[in-house]
Design a protein around this ligand. Structure first.
Ligand code: 13P
Length: 251
């Protein structure tokens, strides 16, 4: 029904060296060379971006980073800007992953600044939202998603928001082997799409891609992708091995 092109994204987190990145892409590229039903991207650690961009050249695989800083350049030791990522050949950047929120002080306010910077430098931001286990058990899932949307995305202009990809990642499903059921995921996606519609209008809501993340594997991707409001996956562990990620991409 929708004409949203799915995005299958592999978040490698803090895994792989440059040589391992190259080896992955050499094995992976032929497995997805004929894939046209979705966009495909990998998100390696920063030190591997050059290797990834070189190895992905001429393929249908996009490359993204896992974070960025909002300045263009300056005295910000340890940080990397959207300007640099774009110049290095990235097309995407993940923003506000729950691990960054949990361990590195990411807030909805910094998510907003990073998202604005990503858009300014022509990167497609993949902005993560999702509730913790205690939120879900306390019946606060929708409230948490609304708060993250209101703080991190709603202040964007309609023009800025147009390129944003949202990733719904329930924190309790990340790296735990506990996937949200397709119905739970579908409910959350529908809620988020409703928030997009409220703020940016029905047409934009119908065009916005919302990915699911959290223990996506070759054997559960199909039932997730069967949900009307799920437009792709943000895959952690199962994206580290070429065959496994290819079978998710080609579900
Ligand atoms: P897993 O697929 O390993 O659960 O990780 C999900 C995730 O956090 C992707 O960003």
């Amino acid at each position: 029904m929708s004409n949203r092109k799915p995005l299958m994204a592999g978040n490698w987190k803090m895994f792989k060296t440059p040589a391992e990145t190259q080896a992955f892409l050499e094995a992976f590229a032929p497995l997805v060379a004929a894939t046209t039903h979705c966009d495909v991207a990998v998100f390696p650690p920063l030190v591997n971006l050059a290797a990834a961009v070189a190895a992905a050249q001429g393929s249908n695989i996009g490359v993204g980073a896992q974070n960025l800083y909002w300045g263009k350049e300056g005295a910000f030791t340890g940080e990397v800007s959207g300007h640099m990522l774009q110049a290095a050949g990235c097309s995407y950047v993940i923003i506000g992953h729950s691990e960054r929120r949990q361990y590195f002080g990411e807030t909805d306010a910094t998510v907003l600044r990073r998202t604005q910077a990503a858009i300014e430098y022509g990167l497609i931001p993949v902005v993560c939202v999702g509730e913790k286990l205690e939120d879900r058990e306390g019946g606060r899932t929708d409230a948490v998603l609304a708060e993250q949307f209101d703080g991190g995305l709603a202040p964007l202009t309609a023009e800025q928001f147009a390129t944003v990809v949202i990733a719904y990642e329930p924190v309790w499903a990340i790296g735990t082997g506990k996937t949200a059921t397709p119905e739970m995921a579908a409910d959350a996606h529908k809620f988020i799409r409703g928030k997009v519609a409220e703020k940016f209008g029905a047409e934009q809501a119908a065009a916005t891609r919302i990915l699911y993340g959290g223990s996506v594997k070759p054997d559960n991707v199909k039932s997730l992708m069967a949900q009307e409001d799920i437009d792709g996956a943000l895959v952690g562990g199962a994206s580290l091995e070429p065959k496994s990620f290819a079978s998710i991409v080609n579900f």
